[in-house]
Write a protein that binds this ligand. Structure first.
Ligand SMILES: [Zn+2]
Ligand SMILES: [Zn+2]
Length: 490
């Protein structure tokens, strides 16, 4: 059984992952705030992506371009002219709708056949009394709609103190253009040879008319984008270099999501049809994920050819090309663009990790996050919070482990309750400190210096000397299996 969006939204709020933006003021449309656990999860996704794609690869470098750019960037990229949706306005209530979606919502109808009674009629259906179809505004049922007009999805803003056309600019609708305009800076300063890639993580903004589905589509979002530049004259394994690298990036991207926990059966590849392709794209493939709202795009991997570099060369008057030493000629690189949304990736990891199971007649909710994604790696739980020595030892363990990982200390409930709480936020391991750990002088029992580690997924427990904890967690949190590690202490 797959999890519903409502269940995820409520878990995210209850457990400090994601809150509605400006909630005390009634919320802001489709904006969300990442809470204490959400920000850890999001940082982990970005950190792993950066580590795997930028730091570990010899052919990649990073960049952090500014959100506000020269306004001509967006003319060159085509966003000023083409990044639009057709909109219609109601002349009565002034509401605005996407022209292609207006028949996809239920509509309000004052029916002449029933003395003008008001009905709400399902999307796309005629009135069952008079047989009429919707022609007026679907919300108020009274106003007629204007002909469609193109509405640009970029957020406009003004640079400097004067609000005039000359100072008009935009919040970037994608991070990619910051990479294109820096192509020459990076290639020269880093002495790069093709093929090489530039990766960037950052915020982007789109004034979507119909955002929604929690963090799936929002007006402010974060992207993880790579522009991978190749020499279109080269061949690799008998294929043009751009086609070869496009294939490689599709395979790498699919493998990356699986490595951190997305199940294969929830992932699929969808090729863009010829009529769906952007005019400059040679081929685009989407990786789709089976979200709670159904199969939807998780990331896109496009072959954008030499379109962007050529456009910026034309608009800026600066050559954006590469000197091919072998052929002694200038060439404009082709670019492969693997582009993923951080928020969407987070939603997918969350949905895939969610599991409900029955344990001894009780429902257990557990987020089976990959340990490297889990917001909290280890929870330290004292079994008796009235005993000073137990609490002191637990805090000392917390302090030691916190040098390496995100750990928490919690003594605000009974142990069963504490375990459930950690399961529900996906903490892979709990450590409990009990009387045996510190000894009981009244009963003449000496301290054994050991604590219990509990594994989230199997719920198995094993007793481990306190001194061994750093090496044990280093092993467990960098890919070591629970059964192998636990067997050393049985
Ligand atoms: Zn209206
Ligand atoms: Zn009617």
């Amino acid at each position: 059984m797959s999890v519903t969006m409502d269940t995820l939204v409520s878990l995210c709020k209850r457990r400090g992952f994601i809150f509605q933006s400006s909630e005390i003021y009634g919320g802001t449309g489709s904006c969300w705030d990442y809470g204490p656990l959400g920000v850890e999860l999001k940082q982990n996704i970005k950190r792993l992506w950066w580590r795997d794609y930028i730091q570990r690869r010899p052919d990649m470098v990073g960049l952090d371009a500014s959100i506000l750019m020269h306004p001509t960037v967006w003319k060159a990229s085509g966003h000023v002219d083409n990044f639009t949706d057709p909109m219609v306005d109601c002349l009565e209530c002034r509401r605005r709708f996407r022209a292609d979606k207006v028949d996809e919502t239920p509509w309000v109808h004052y029916c002449a056949a029933t003395k003008g009674n008001k009905f709400t009629i399902p999307a796309g259906e005629p009135c069952s009394h008079c047989g009429e179809r919707r022609t007026l505004c679907p919300e108020c049922g009274k106003g007629s709609l204007t002909p469609p007009r193109q509405f640009n999805l970029m957020f406009k803003t003004f640079m400097g103190p004067v609000e005039e056309d000359a100072s008009l600019t935009y919040l970037r609708p994608e991070t990619a253009q910051g990479i294109f305009v820096n192509f020459d800076n990076v290639a020269q300063s880093m002495r790069r040879k093709l093929p090489f890639g530039i990766g960037q993580i950052g915020k982007a903004f789109r004034n979507e008319i119909t955002p929604g589905n929690f963090i799936f589509r929002t007006r402010e979002f974060e992207q993880m984008e790579i522009e991978y530049f190749v020499n279109p004259r080269d061949t690799v394994e008998g294929k043009p270099a751009d086609e070869y690298w496009h294939e490689r990036w599709i395979a790498d991207s699919l493998a990356w999501f699986q490595r951190y926990g997305l199940r294969e059966e929830n992932l699929r590849l969808r090729e863009h049809e010829k009529d769906e392709l952007a005019h400059y794209a040679k081929r685009t493939a989407d990786i789709e994920y089976r979200f709670p709202i159904g199969w939807s795009e998780l990331m896109g991997i496009a072959n954008r050819t030499d379109f962007d570099l050529k456009q910026h060369a034309q608009f800026s008057g600066k050559a954006l090309s590469y000197f091919d030493e072998e052929r002694k000629e200038h060439v404009v690189p082709y670019v492969i663009e693997p582009s993923a949304g951080v928020d969407r990736a987070l939603l997918a990891f969350l949905a895939d990790a969610y599991q409900e199971e029955e344990v001894r007649g009780e429902k257990r909710v557990v987020l089976r996050f990959h340990p490297e994604l889990a917001p909290v790696k280890v929870a330290i739980l004292p079994l008796l919070k009235k005993r000073d020595d137990v609490v002191r030892t637990a805090h000392a363990i917390r302090d030691t482990l916190a040098k390496h990982w995100t750990v928490v200390y919690d003594d605000t409930a009974a142990i069963g309750r504490l375990y459930r709480r950690q399961d529900e936020v996906g903490t892979p391991y709990c450590v409990t400190v009990d009387v045996q750990t510190v000894g009981d002088t009244d009963k003449g029992e000496s301290a054994d210096g050991k604590v219990t580690i509990r594994d989230r997924d199997s719920m198995e427990q094993v007793r481990v000397p306190i001194d061994a904890l750093p090496t044990v967690f280093l092993d467990l949190l960098s890919g070591g299996s629970w059964s192998a590690v636990a067997s050393r202490f049985r």
